[in-house]
Write a protein that binds this ligand. Structure first.
Ligand SMILES: Cc1cc2nc3c(=O)[nH]c(=O)nc-3n(C[C@H](O)[C@H](O)[C@H](O)COP(=O)(O)OP(=O)(O)OC[C@H]3O[C@@H](n4cnc5c(N)ncnc54)[C@H](O)[C@@H]3O)c2cc1C
Length: 504
C-alpha cells in the first residue's frame, strides 16, 4: 500500500513538469491537440483518483489481462475515485480525441478489443461500494466491483445476488452482456435483477436510467456499447444455506453415454430442476487418463448435504474413473468448479485465451463425439501447445431466465439451455498459430452448430471470440438489430463505445 501511495505521489509531482504532456497518437487531426497534458485532467479529478503512466508498476498492473490475444492498448490509465471522475475522464478523452475503455476484472477476451490501439483506460476498481437498502431487497453496487467481493459483502449480511460464477471476474462485465450465474434458475440472469443504474454516456453525461428509459432494454445484453455503469441497483435475496456437489471423472470413451443421459434427464425429456446445475469440462489429466482428455462432470444441488442419488445414479451406472462428493456453502462453488481466486482462470499468465462459444438447446451425441476427437487430437499431453486447453459445457437451471419474455432485454438467447465453448489456451507465437487456432476453434463450433438443428448461430457475447457478427452476439431478428442501431445512433453517434462486440 505504501509503495502504491508513493507511486501516486510521484505521479502527482510529474504533472507539474512538462513530462506530464503525453505524446499520444491522435485518431484525427483538426481540433485535436498534438499532445495531452494529464495535469489538466488531474486537476478535475477527486483526490482519491489515480493516474498511471507507462513504465510504472500501477500502469502494468492495471493493463494486465486474462487473455493476451488482441488486447486493448492504453496510453494512460485513470482510476476514478468517484462517479464524477468517470464523467471528467470521458469529457477529457472526448476533448483530446482519445479513445477510452472502461475495465474492471480484465477478463474480457473478445478480439475486437484489440482495435483500441491507444487511449485512456478507465479502471473502475475503486468504485466498489455495496449499500444494502433498508428493506433488504435491493443493493446499490459499484460498477467496479468483482463478483467475489460482492458475494462476500452480501454473505456477511445474510444476502446474495445473481453474479457470474468466477470469483475474479467483474460483476458488471457479465451483466451488461446478460450474465449467467448459479442462481439464474431462481431469479434470471444477472441483468434481470437490475432496478436502475447510473451510467456515464458517450458525451460524458452522468444519468440514472431505469425501466422508463429506452436505453434500459439495451443495457441488459448489449450494455458494453452504450455507457460506463458507475453503479447499479440490483435485487438481492436471502441466502440459500447449503450446497452439495458430486464430481465424476469419465474417460473420453464415454462421451456419447454421458451426454445422452444428460439429455434424457434434463434437456430433451425434462428440464433441469431449479435446484440443480450441471457443468462439465474436458481437459487433459494424466493422473486419470494418460492418453486423452477426461470428462469432469459436476452435478451441483442446493439446499442439501448430498446430491440426490436420483440425479447421480444414472451417471454412476456408466462407470466413472473416479468420483468425489463434497458439501459446503455457496461460497465453495467456485473452488469446487476450479474458478476461485486461487485457480488458473484467475491468473494472468500472458497466454492467449480464445473461446468459440455456442448456445445449444440439448447435446447431440454424434457432434459431441466429433468435437471430442478433434479436441483430443489437440490436447495430447499437458506439455503440448494446447496442454491447458479446456472444453466447457455449462448447463444451468433456466426457469428464472425463461420466466422473462424473449424480447424483455437485448439478451437474445433465453430459449437456449447450454452454454458451450472450447477454450483453446496457448502461448502466442505469431499470426500463423493465431490463424490455426481460429480455424480449429471455428471448425469445432461449426460441427456443434450443424448438430444443433438451429437456423442461426447463437453465441454468448461475453465468451465470443471476436470474428462473429452482431447478429450472432445480439440475435438475428431484424427488430433486435434495428432497435440496437437506433439506440446506438441516439446515444453513441460517434461510436465511442465500440471496442467490445460493437453493435455496428
Ligand atoms: C474465467 C472466466 C469466467 C467467467 N465466468 C462467467 C460467468 O460465470 N458468467 C458470465 O456471464 N460470464 C462469465 N465470464 C465472461 C465474462 O462475462 C466476460 O469475460 C466479461 O467481459 C468480464 O468482465 P470483466 O469486468 O472481468 O472484464 P473487463 O475486460 O474489465 O471488461 C469487459 C468489458 O466490460 C466492460 N465493462 C466492465 N465493467 C463495466 C462497467 N461498469 N460499465 C461499462 N462497461 C464495463 C469493459 O469496458 C469491457 O468492454 C467469464 C470469463 C472468464 C474469463
Amino acid at each position: 500500500m505504501r509503495q502504491f501511495k508513493l507511486e501516486v505521489a510521484a505521479l502527482l509531482a510529474a504533472w507539474a513538469s512538462a513530462a506530464a504532456c503525453l505524446d499520444v497518437p491522435q485518431s484525427s487531426q483538426g481540433t485535436c491537440p498534438n499532445n495531452v497534458n494529464a495535469k489538466q485532467l488531474g486537476n478535475k479529478l477527486s483526490n482519491t483518483a489515480e493516474i498511471y503512466f507507462p513504465g510504472s508498476a500501477g500502469f502494468a498492473a492495471a493493463i494486465a489481462r486474462w487473455s493476451a490475444l488482441d488486447p486493448p492498448v492504453a496510453s494512460i490509465v485513470v482510476v476514478p475515485g468517484t462517479e464524477n471522475d468517470v464523467v471528467e475522464t470521458v469529457k477529457f478523452a472526448n476533448q483530446k480525441c482519445l479513445p477510452f475503455l472502461a475495465t474492471n476484472g480484465a477478463h474480457g477476451s473478445i478480439t475486437t478489443l484489440g482495435k483500441m490501439t491507444h487511449g485512456v483506460e478507465i479502471y473502475l476498481t475503486q468504485l466498489d461500494c455495496v449499500e444494502i437498502a433498508s428493506n433488504g431487497q435491493t443493493a446499490k453496487i459499484g460498477g467496479g466491483i468483482l463478483a467475489k467481493n460482492l458475494t462476500d459483502v452480501l454473505w456477511a449480511q445474510g444476502k446474495q445476488a445473481v453474479t457470474g460464477t468466477c470469483e475474479c471476474v467483474g460483476y458488471l462485465g457479465p451483466g451488461l452482456g446478460g450474465g449467467h450465474g448459479w442462481l439464474q434458475g431462481h431469479y434470471g440472469l444477472v441483468s434481470d435483477q437490475y432496478v436502475s443504474m447510473n451510467v456515464v454516456l458517450a458525451d460524458g453525461t452522468l444519468t440514472t436510467i431505469d425501466e422508463n428509459s429506452d436505453l434500459w432494454w439495451a443495457m441488459r445484453g448489449a450494455g458494453h456499447n452504450f455507457g460506463i455503469v458507475t453503479s447499479v441497483t440490483s435485487k438481492i435475496y436471502d441466502l440459500v444455506p447449503n450446497y452439495a456437489i458430486e464430481t465424476l471423472i469419465f474417460s473420453g470413451d464415454n462421451v456419447e453415454a454421458v451426454y445422452e443421459i444428460a439429455n434424457d434427464n434434463w434437456l430433451t425429456n425434462g428440464t433441469m430442476p431449479v435446484d440443480l446445475n450441471n457443468w462439465s469440462y474436458w481437459y487433459f489429466d494424466p493422473t486419470s487418463d494418460p492418453d486423452k482428455p477426461v470428462i469432469a462432470f459436476y452435478i451441483i444441488q442446493e439446499g442439501v448435504n448430498i446430491v440426490d442419488p436420483v440425479y447421480t445414479e444414472p451417471f454412476y451406472n456408466i462407470g466413472p474413473i473416479s468420483s468425489q462428493a463434497q458439501s459446503g456453502t455457496y461460497l465453495d462453488l467456485a473452488a469446487w468448479t476450479g474458478i476461485s481466486l486461487a485457480d488458473p482462470p484467475c491468473q494472468k499468465t500472458g497466454e492467449a485465451n480464445p473461446r468459440f462459444p455456442i448456445y445449444l438447446k440439448s447435446y447431440n451425441a454424434t457432434a459431441q463425439r466429433q468435437v471430442y476427437d478433434i479436441f483430443s487430437s489437440l490436447v495430447t499431453n499437458s506439455s503440448g501447445p494446447f496442454g491447458s486447453a479446456l472444453f466447457m459445457f455449462e448447463g444451468y437451471s433456466q426457469q428464472g431466465v425463461k420466466a422473462f419474455p424473449d424480447n424483455a432485454t437485448a439478451f437474445a438467447y433465453r430459449s437456449d439451455n447450454l452454454l458451450v465453448a472450447p477454450l483453446l489456451t496457448y502461448k502466442l507465437d505469431g499470426p500463423e498459430l493465431d490463424a490455426y487456432v481460429a480455424q480449429v476453434g471455428n471448425q469445432i463450433r461449426q460441427i456443434l452448430y450443424e448438430g444443433s438443428g438451429d437456423s442461426s448461430l447463437h453465441a454468448y457475447v461475453n465468451y465470443a471470440y471476436g470474428d462473429e457478427t452482431p447478429l450472432v452476439w445480439y440475435g438475428s431478428e431484424e427488430w433486435r438489430q434495428d432497435r440496437l442501431q437506433t439506440l446506438k445512433k441516439k446515444y453513441d453517434p460517434n461510436a465511442r463505445f465500440s471496442y467490445y462486440a460493437p453493435v455496428a
